[in-house]
Write a protein that binds this ligand. Structure first.
Ligand SMILES: [Zn+2]
Length: 159
């Protein structure tokens, strides 16, 4: 199976097949709805994310900015924090949709480096899928390993 001309890892491909249990459109739709809640008065860039747990629960998040800038948090980490704080730690996929607030999304919003590292903490990079979407029919899929190669994770501390 190929996405955007790239081949997913075997493990990611298996995960993709399992994803059919939750339609991809539902995950993207959840991210788009979460985007409407974004608090982005400084950047004007609104992002929504929808995280799918291994148990097929969806946790959403939006970016939440702050007047002091530093305390701002991305949509992806908001969603992961919500899920982990409620006891879920294994994830299949995350859908991300972002762009200038109030406008139709015209580009793909990729996760920042910090969010990629936080995803790494709770996922197998070869299995976890990152879906960047403009809308429910226009999206790209990556496995985390593509976005964060040669990464440092929890098991690295034991090597
Ligand atoms: Zn981020």
């Amino acid at each position: 199976m190929k996405f955007n001309g790239r081949k997913l890892s075997v493990e990611a491909e298996k995960n993709w097949e399992r994803l059919e249990e939750i339609p991809i459109k539902e995950l993207i739709g959840s991210a788009l709805r979460a985007r409407e809640k974004a608090y982005a008065p400084y950047s004007g860039y609104a992002v929504g994310a929808a995280l799918l747990t291994n148990e097929l629960r969806i946790y959403t998040g939006c970016n939440i900015e702050n007047a002091a800038y530093g305390p701002s948090i991305c949509a992806e980490r908001t969603a992961i924090s919500k899920a982990v704080s409620e006891g879920w730690r294994r994830f299949k996929a995350i859908a991300i949709a972002g762009g200038p607030k109030g406008e139709t999304i015209s580009g793909y919003a990729y996760p920042c480096g910090v969010c990629r590292q936080v995803m790494r903490e709770f996922t197998d990079p070869e299995q976890f899928l990152v879906i960047v979407a403009k809308n429910e029919t226009d999206y790209r899929i990556y496995d985390l390993k593509e976005l964060l190669p040669d990464s440092f994770g929890p098991e690295s501390l034991n090597e």
